[in-house]
Write a protein that binds this ligand. Sequence first.
Ligand SMILES: NC(=O)c1ccc[n+]([C@@H]2O[C@H](COP(=O)([O-])OP(=O)(O)OC[C@H]3O[C@@H](n4cnc5c(N)ncnc54)[C@H](O)[C@@H]3O)[C@@H](O)[C@H]2O)c1
Length: 295
Amino acid sequence: MEEDLPRRRARCEPGTDAAPGPHRALTRATLPDRTRRSKMGMLEGKTALVTGAGTGIGRGVAERFAREGARVVIADRDADAAAGAAAAIGAAARAVVVDISDEASVAAAFATLESDGWAPDVVVANAGVQLFGQDAKAADLDLDVWRRTLDVNLTGTFLTVKHAVRSMLRGVDEAAGGGSIILTGSPTGLNGEGADFTAYSATKAGIHGLARTVAAAYADRNIRVNTVVPAYTETSLVTSISTNPEDRAAIIGRIPLGRPGAPRDVEGIMVFLASDDGAFATGSLFAVDGGMSTL
Ligand SMILES: NC(=O)c1ccc[n+]([C@@H]2O[C@H](COP(=O)([O-])OP(=O)(O)OC[C@H]3O[C@@H](n4cnc5c(N)ncnc54)[C@H](O)[C@@H]3O)[C@@H](O)[C@H]2O)c1
């Protein structure tokens, strides 16, 4: 396995020594020396793709990953938002326009990244939608709204995971594979958090199950898959709640720590799961939600 590393490095960043981390099984020999690494970022040498990183939680995570030394791919269907987020990070970032609900679009994004030497070691499948005002109690829910929610949140997350796994299996050592995939879940996938959140909650419960199944399927290839559950977080996704004082107070009232979440609240756990420190974590669900889903 060790003998293969230079081949992957050359593929990732021809002609430089600052190559991203190869997809490889971590062995005692390849695990970083944490005392020597102490002044380095947690993600030095890694390349991470974050979907939905044009704004909100995904953008916060991508910016933090870059501060931790990773190269980051801002993957979003909103071209302007993706370009803006990548420009704010600088040379360590690039924007890729992708619609996660369209398999051809997802496959093309991974193919482009691989051919450009930006094959990701870390993929955060984070993009999602919540169709407030359309999602409804089950008896009132239009099939079209159900399908549009599933198309992005569940099918889109599946397609991201599918092509991430394929890309990681094409890494340096076909036998070993290797990589970290992180899905963004939700308290709504664990509890009955909102009577009108039928389609959205179903997708998030599906995402939690998807993560465990894929984690079990590819553990022998050292591909780790985990879910992070944020709390209610005041991004553009939830404007209809955050701008309504009553609704806002009600949802914050369900968070034992007494405040909304912020992207920074989940950045740390995402960094851990993306990093070599998280090398033994797979198939797990990490709620960083102020106690919303657990207390
Ligand atoms: N905000 C919350 O309260 C909250 C709580 C728990 C979980 N989440 C989850 O966190 C994730 C991020 O949400 P956010 O609050 O940052 O939302 P956001 O609306 O701020 O950002 C979502 C991003 O995803 C992109 N996107 C949407 N559909 C896409 C598609 N088909 N292909 C590619 N990109 C697409 C959007 O363009 C946007 O940039 C979502 O999965 C959401 O369900 C959010």
